[in-house]
Design a protein around this ligand. Structure first.
Ligand code: IDP
Ligand code: MG
Length: 159
């Protein structure tokens, strides 16, 4: 099962929480066949926001970004599956919801670059998924389990 166990960090951002979209986001990822490995409903503080978005520290929108991500609770999650990092990014759509394709989470549920519903680790940044998971979760907060339908999702998992 080694090639089905890639983990990625996903977050329903404060706008998604306020708009009642946590369930819809989970529904899409769960329906795809990805497996939930951890979840934490939490408030991000200034320090964690700075660490999480360190790569954007010098961007003009950094203060706005930190202000937004700390403005209300988020649902932080770890999802697991084959090629999970890139597949979640494809499901999220482009960073600007106005550019995101219909059918993607941002393309269906958002209209504003600064309030784009979901975060997912960047698959083009090697190690970003592991780094972000570690920032938000202790190892003992992640659950190792088999989904009953895995043989019906992956053809090489035996029934
Ligand atoms: P990503 O979330 O698709 O990985 P990043 O480029 O990593 O996009 O940017 C992080 C977040 O910062 C975006 O999700 C978006 O909410 C916000 N952001 C990116 N560019 C801008 C901008 O030009 N103005 C305001 N906010 C931005
Ligand atoms: Mg990013």
């Amino acid at each position: 099962m080694a090639h089905h166990d890639e983990r990625t960090f996903v977050m329903a951002k404060p706008d998604a929480v306020q708009r009642g979209l946590i369930g819809e986001i989970i529904d899409r990822l769960e329906g795809r066949g990805l497996k939930l490995a951890g979840a934490k409903f939490m408030q991000i503080d200034e320090d964690l926001a700075h660490q999480h978005y360190a790569e954007h520290e010098d961007k003009p929108f950094f203060d706005e970004l930190v202000g937004f991500i700390t403005s209300g609770p988020v649902m932080a999650m770890v999802w697991e599956g084959a090629d999970a990092t890139q597949q979640v990014r494809r499901m999220m759509g482009a960073t600007d919801p106005k550019e995101a394709q219909p059918g993607t989470i941002r393309g269906d549920l958002g209209l504003d670059l600064g309030q784009n519903v979901i975060h997912g680790s960047d698959h083009e940044d090697p190690g970003a998924n592991e780094r972000e998971i570690e920032l938000f979760f202790d190892e003992d907060e992640l659950v190792d389990w088999d989904r009953a339908d895995e043989p019906w999702v992956y053809e090489d998992v035996s029934h």
